[in-house]
Design a protein around this ligand. Structure first.
Ligand code: ZN
Length: 198
């Protein structure tokens, strides 16, 4: 991969990844003892939906979003959620929760017969809107992140929120190219799983 020479080296300390930008969220807790962190779970979010470049996702994930700042935010009042990672449209990588910890991003979910994906998954939000496309720098950062996770944790699978919570969740949506991600990770051994989980 020609870009590899210019990509930054991943450094992990207690589940925090450098050179991600760190914005610690309280919306997390311990993983069940002995849990193997084996799943990367891809989401999409933008706040308000379809508006990119705002500070509202960071605010939501750190419980500092003003519910009165936009009509849409009212429905988010009191919500305590956060993914581990957030990838902005320009590919910038933010981290909210140590990957050693259990972040609150998946809700009721199931992967390969196991409930509660939050227990064993790393949650990755892409700044975007369900049904719309994502930017090339986001794919590059996502692939880099997946490899960094694989180097530190026993991550083997990558799937989408829509696949582990079918009917209830629809992100990252049809505009996300799983084949592109699979191409970017072709030599990694990571498995892209886009079957809806029963
Ligand atoms: Zn989601």
């Amino acid at each position: 991969m020609p870009l590899a020479k210019t990509e930054p080296r991943a450094i992990w300390r207690q589940g925090w990844l450098w050179p991600a930008l760190h914005e610690p969220s309280p919306n997390c807790g311990p993983r069940p003892p002995g849990t193997a962190i084996d799943l990367a779970l891809v989401h999409s979010i933008s706040l308000p939906p379809g508006r990119f470049g705002t500070d509202a996702v960071r605010q939501l994930f750190t419980n500092t979003l003003d519910p009165d700042a936009h009509p849409y935010f009212e429905r988010l009042r009191g919500l305590e959620v956060s993914a581990h990672f957030f990838i902005r449209r320009n590919g910038a990588l933010w981290q909210f929760v140590s990957a050693d910890e259990r972040a609150w991003h998946a809700g009721k979910s199931r992967f390969q017969g196991r409930d509660n994906c939050n227990d064993y998954a790393v949650g990755i939000e892409l700044e975007g809107l369900e049904g719309e496309t994502f930017e090339p720098p986001q794919y590059r950062t996502l692939a880099w992140l997946c490899r960094a996770l694989q180097a530190r944790y026993p991550v083997r699978h990558i799937t989408g929120h829509e696949h582990v919570a079918p009917g209830r969740k629809h992100d990252p949506g049809a505009g996300f190219s799983w084949s592109r991600l699979a191409h970017d990770l072709a030599d990694s051994g990571l498995r892209i799983e886009t079957r809806v989980q029963p």
